[in-house]
Design a protein around this ligand. Structure first.
Ligand code: MOS
Length: 738
């Protein structure tokens, strides 16, 4: 078996399988970061700045320090040293400034002190008794009218975009915006830190334990080997838990100082300021076409709104260079700084707002051309990746569009806005394409095959809640020729061989080569052991092969061979262990293929003008993401993304108070998200099945993010079709439609 073999047809791969961790979760036995409790544990509660731009003049901690149960109060004067991460180390961190580093305040809610006490209630009371006074307080800049702070940077360019735009017969020039969005995983950010005099053990809620360990080691000034990060389960993260945030350092520093375990749980309100958000974006799209719909120019100029402590960029232009065929194109990016917290990746970073712009603009262009929006996209399907000038490893966007159109009944669509009525209800039908990259991280895994027929897989990755435990178990079971029940998956501990981040929709795809190599290594040892087994008398190890759990002679079919269970038990060997490693595809010089997933969303909205009521009635989504390892958890990913996309289109926006920079709707009642009552009656998800074996041996690309790209545009395109109102600034407000 070599990583280039096509393993996409293995049994168990592609079979719907319930989450193996489901029973632990529904019975409350799965432990999340804040569930860890230790003898002598103390509780830390941060004090948050009530200004967004100024400096701390004084912090009076005297009465708080004398309150019952209080262990210690920390400020910038006594927290000790945190170090900065070096660019050279290539670790990932968005808020670069360590907490409590100085007396400057750059955003509302920034931590200015920390109260530590024997109970949570005592710590809350002490935190409230800490009195901070501020000086040089300036009005915060939180305006969402964006203009670039510095000249925009050219991201990609080909041909003569300006000239072609100038001379084209049909064109549109529009500006679109998406608001600041806050990640609202139900599990809050939380840190439980232990220090034993030389080593930290950190129970965290992170999508990337290995990076977390590296960042914490650097910032705390201890060797990487002296930090262990544990994340057994996550109550999701949506990208907000990719990198460490300041609370983790505060908990660790207090644990080191007090020689006691410290727990710090970020409150829901703090989640709106202190642990990232999707930045507000604004993009101007200029598209031009010939009368037959052929795109002749695409220009996209975007700006994102950035906090003061990070260089995180919401890259709205990532997909624009290769989505559609056009000879002339230019994409630029710029930013403007505000007194808001630190931005970070949120599910489908860049492409989600980017696709809202591009897919809305394509709809507007279709209308200007008097052309069907599906037909316009089909007309501009590229032969290859025109940005990188290389072929796609596998691209089936056309089939996503045509198959989706058929399932949805698109041919019955009357293109005139407001023309499709059902009594007092006006129906609107909209479409948009989606895309997400396929890439792999470095990843290592260990597979142990035991004499009792069971299998253990270990890797320093984590399950964000999407089904990673289950998918790893399926892949290992398929490779080792056992049932999924026989596999134990051990992840969520940075002491394990370094595994991939749960980010960029890359965890599953990154695991494939590591698992394949690990099983191959275990197989080599089995062959040696088997050559001494009586059933292979006189056969040398090199004449044997290992296929899906069985050792057999090269001239024999696998089922005529011997299962590893029998080989190990007859040799009285307890186990064999293989270690595998997969290489990152990032920064590959001269890649042969452009690797991308594609898809299409079709949406029906219902608009009831008399009631001023808008809802999404039904959706059809077709996704081309290679081989789907588990269609059950896979469909769940796309459905979840559609639900989140309804929120993006119609509800979600973080609004800042111009007076003090506070996120005014910093709670789950005022920050609106899709609820059960908002769910479409029908949500159909179809996966095309084109294993991308150029990407990995199982042909599996990622599916975590693609479903959220395009969906907001599909909804606003449908809203236009129903109402004749083009919403270019998300979310749709009912008053926009009246
Ligand atoms: Mo995803 S935003 O890479 O967690």
């Amino acid at each position: 078996m070599s990583p280039s073999d096509n393993l996409s047809t293995l049994p168990i791969i592609g079979r719907p399988h319930k989450r193996i961790d489901g029973p632990l979760k529904v019975s409350g036995t799965a432990r999340y970061a804040a569930d860890f409790h230790f003898h002598d544990l103390v509780y830390a509660v941060p004090v948050c700045a009530t200004i967004a731009n100024g400096r701390i003049a004084n912090i009076d901690t005297s009465s708080a320090a004398r309150m019952p149960g209080v262990r210690k109060i920390y400020t910038h004067e006594n927290i000790g040293t945190f170090y900065h991460v070096s660019k050279a180390s290539k670790v990932m961190l968005d808020e670069k400034r360590p907490p409590l580093e100085d007396n400057q305040v750059r955003y509302y809610g920034q931590y200015v002190a920390l109260a530590v006490a024997d109970t949570y209630e005592h710590a809350v009371a002490a935190a409230r008794a800490i009195k901070a006074t501020y000086a040089d307080v300036k009005a915060p800049s939180v305006s969402t009218r964006l203009s670039a702070d510095k000249p925009p940077e050219k991201q990609t360019e080909r041909g003569d975009a300006d000239g072609a735009f100038e001379h084209a017969p049909v064109k549109i020039d529009q500006t679109y915006s998406t608001p600041t969005e806050t990640h609202n995983p139900i599990e809050l950010h939380a840190s439980v830190a232990l220090w034993d005099g030389s080593h930290f053990t950190l129970y965290e809620t992170t999508q990337a334990i290995m990076n977390y360990r590296a960042v914490m080691a650097q910032m705390l000034g201890v060797p990487t080997d002296n930090v262990r990060v544990i994340t057994e389960y996550l109550g999701t993260g949506f990208g907000g838990k990719l990198w460490p945030w300041p609370q983790a350092l505060l908990a660790a520093a207090a644990a080191r100082d007090l020689h006691q375990p410290v727990k710090l749980v970020v409150s829901r309100e703090m989640m709106f300021h202190n642990v990232g958000h999707r930045p507000h974006t604004q993009q101007r799209l200029r598209l031009a076409a010939e009368k037959d719909g052929r795109l002749v120019s695409l220009r996209q100029d975007y700006i994102d709104m950035r906090g003061q402590l990070s260089d995180y960029q919401e890259d709205c232009g990532e997909a624009s260079g290769f989505m559609y065929s056009t000879a002339n194109l230019r994409v630029t990016g710029a930013y403007t700084e505000r007194n808001v917290g630190t931005g970070t990746s949120m599910r489908g970073p860049g492409k989600v707002p980017g696709s809202f712009g591009l897919e809305s603009a394509m709809d507007e262009l279709a209308i200007a051309l008097n052309m069907d929006p599906v037909a316009l996209r089909l007309k501009n399907e590229p032969e290859k990746d025109e940005e990188k000038n290389i072929p796609f490893s596998s691209r089936h966007l056309k089939e996503c569009l045509t198959h989706g159109a058929e399932l949805f009944g698109w041919s019955r669509r009357n293109p005139a806005a407001g023309s499709m009525r059902d009594g007092d209800t006006v129906l609107g039908w909209g479409v948009a394409a989606c895309n997400w990259m396929a890439a792999r991280f470095n990843a290592e895994a260990k597979i142990t095959l035991f004499g009792d027929g069971s299998v253990r897989v270990a890797s320093g990755t984590q399950d964000i809640g999407t089904g990673t435990y289950t998918v790893i178990a399926q892949m290992a079971a398929a490779l080792a020729g056992v049932d999924v029940d026989a596999v134990k998956v051990v992840i969520g501990d940075s002491d394990l061989p370094p595994g991939p981040w749960s980010g960029g929709s890359m965890a599953t795809g990154s695991m494939v080569p590591a698992l394949v190599q690990a099983i191959e290594q275990a197989g080599e040892q089995l062959k040696t052991i088997a050559s001494e087994n009586e059933s292979f008398k006189g056969v040398e190890a090199k004449e044997l092969v290992f296929t899906q759990g069985k050792v057999h002679r090269k001239d024999q079919r696998p089922d005529a061979g011997k299962h590893f269970r029998d080989i190990l038990s007859s040799a009285r060997v307890a186990q064999v262990e293989g270690h595998g490693k997969g290489q990152s595809t990032f920064g590959q010089k001269n890649p042969q293929y452009s690797m991308q997933s594609f898809g299409a969303h079709f949406v029906e909205v219902a608009w009831q003008p008399k009631l001023a009521r808008l809802r999404v009635n039904r959706t059809v989504t077709v996704i081309d993401a290679g081989r789907i390892i588990n269609p059950l958890t896979g469909r769940n990913q796309i459905e979840g993304a559609v639900v989140m996309g309804i929120g993006m289109a119609m509800f979600e926006e973080t609004r800042y108070d111009e007076r003090n920079g506070k996120a005014v709707n910093s709670n789950l009642a005022d920050y609106l998200m899709t609820s059960h009552a908002d769910m479409p009656e029908q949500m159909e998800v179809v996966f095309l099945d084109y294993p991308d074996t150029k990407f990995n041996a199982m042909g599996a690309r990622g599916i975590g993010e693609i479903g959220l790209t395009g969906i907001a545009a599909a909804i606003t395109n449908a809203v236009y079709h129903a109402t004749g109102v083009r919403v270019r600034d998300l979310p749709v407000h009912i008053e926009d439609l009246l």
